[in-house]
Design a protein around this ligand. Structure first.
Ligand SMILES: *[C@@H]1O[C@H](CO)[C@@H](O)[C@H](O)[C@H]1NC(C)=O
Ligand SMILES: *[C@@H]1O[C@H](CO)[C@@H](O)[C@H](O)[C@H]1NC(C)=O
Length: 396
């Protein structure tokens, strides 16, 4: 039972191997609370009242989420993994040196009238991205017209969007053809949407059906049951959206981070759409696991990925887990969020312990735990909001 092997651990922990020369707008971080007043030539007036969005798709084989976008002129539709933990939009490009199988047609720059390769110091501008799970994309930076949908009914057109045209790509599911980075960094989709939309997006993930990712005004999450917590950025990992986890409750037992190396006030866990499970540092994680083991009476079974697993026919026997984020943002999770049915009447806790030290590890709040919450990011006010929602029923 190698569940984790089939689950994606993408964005976080990713090592960026940089390029020969620094790409334009490359890895510099453009903090987006700064809403400048300069003219927004990227947006036509008709786009201003509208809210861009894209349809999302769940890939069951990897527990990952994809969004549809169009690239080039004439537009080619691609599906790309939604990744708040990375910064680059890339897709597989012809001519391919080494590409993984993809379901849809592959983007061919020679057939697009708006494709422009980026030039750095007189030559093409390579990128080389390696993700946390060893997958990679290698290619050249270029600009293209990227198109998504909008509530106005007109397409939302983003001319001259920087993206990676990947000719050597490996380790990805055939469901998609690339990744959409949604981090704070300047090459992400979020940073390139135009200043009226910058930093505001929301998604609602579930284990079935399709959904939407919203940008701009439609991405504001408000209403009954919303909890909001502060978003932090950290110098060491400037693109990531950090939250601060104060405690985890297993049933009624609250396990504080206070007194463990994990404790912080300025962000200790990255919220990531591109990683399936939740990762906590050993010192704290083991306390949570021990409490789960105390409460659950079912027979424990060993698991090759060192997960905590039990024999059970139903998820009902497991305790409710609550994540306590700062600002009293208590996320009461459904059992589905935290206990994964791996088949054969076995359920496993969706929390992985990692032997990270304070300096080199990253705790991750993964997408399984975020299922059936409408999750809203607002970078200009540094807040992430969660509203319990039946995501599969929301936009079908
Ligand atoms: C913003 O734009 C308005 C209208 O063009 C202008 O009057 C104002 O001075 C600008 N503010 C800044 C900070 O540039
Ligand atoms: C693709 O990139 C990998 C990783 O850098 C490299 O080992 C491999 O040789 C490259 N493949 C081709 C065909 O160039």
């Amino acid at each position: 039972m190698s569940l984790a092997a089939t689950m994606i651990v993408l964005s976080l922990l990713f090592i960026t191997v940089t390029v020969s020369s620094s790409p334009p707008g490359g890895f510099t971080i453009d903090l987006i609370h700064r809403r400048s007043n300069s003219s927004s030539s990227r947006l036509s007036k008709t786009q201003l009242g509208s809210s861009p969005y894209a349809d999302t798709i769940f890939d069951t084989s990897e527990s990952s989420y994809y969004m549809k976008l169009q690239i080039g002129t004439p537009p080619v539709e691609i599906e790309a993994l939604i990744d708040t933990g990375s910064e680059l939009i890339w897709t597989q490009c012809m001519p391919c040196i080494n590409c993984f199988d993809q379901q849809g047609p592959m983007f061919d720059p020679s057939k697009s009238s708006t494709y422009k390769e980026k030039i750095c110091d007189g030559h093409s501008c390579p990128y080389d991205f390696i993700y946390g799970d060893g997958s990679y994309s290698i290619g050249n930076y270029a600009t293209e017209t990227v198109t998504i949908q909008s509530t106005s009914g007109q397409p939302f057109v983003m001319p001259e969007t920087t993206f990676g045209c990947g000719n050597n790509n490996s380790g990805f599911s055939s469901t998609g053809s690339g990744i959409v980075g949604l981090s704070w960094a300047s090459t992400s989709l979020i940073s390139q949407l135009g200043e009226d939309y910058i930093g505001l997006f929301s998604y609602c993930f579930s284990g079935k059906g399709t959904s939407k990712i919203n940008f701009g005004s439609n991405a504001i999450v408000a209403g009954d049951g919303v909890v909001a917590t502060t978003m932090f950025i950290k110098k060491e990992q400037p693109g990531f959206y950090y939250l601060n986890l104060d405690a985890v409750s297993v049933g009624e037992t609250r396990i504080e981070t206070l007194g463990t190396p994990f404790h912080a006030l300025d962000g200790n866990i990255v919220i990531d759409s591109g990683t399936t499970f939740t990762y906590l540092p050993d010192s704290y994680c083991n306390k949570v696991k021990e409490e789960v083991a105390n409460v659950v009476k079912a027979e424990q079974v060993t698991n090759s990925d060192d997960m905590l697993c039990y024999t059970s026919k139903t998820v009902d026997i497991f305790p409710v887990i609550t994540m306590h984020f700062s600002n009293d943002a208590d996320l009461v999770l459904e059992k589905y969020n935290m206990f994964v049915d791996v088949g054969g009447d076995v359920f496993c806790l969706a929390i992985m312990c990692s032997s990270m030290t304070q300096d080199d590890g990253i705790a991750i709040f993964g997408n399984r735990a975020q299922n059936n919450f409408l999750v809203g990011y607002d970078s200009s006010s540094s807040v992430v909001s969660f509203m319990p929602t039946d995501c599969s029923a929301l936009w079908s």
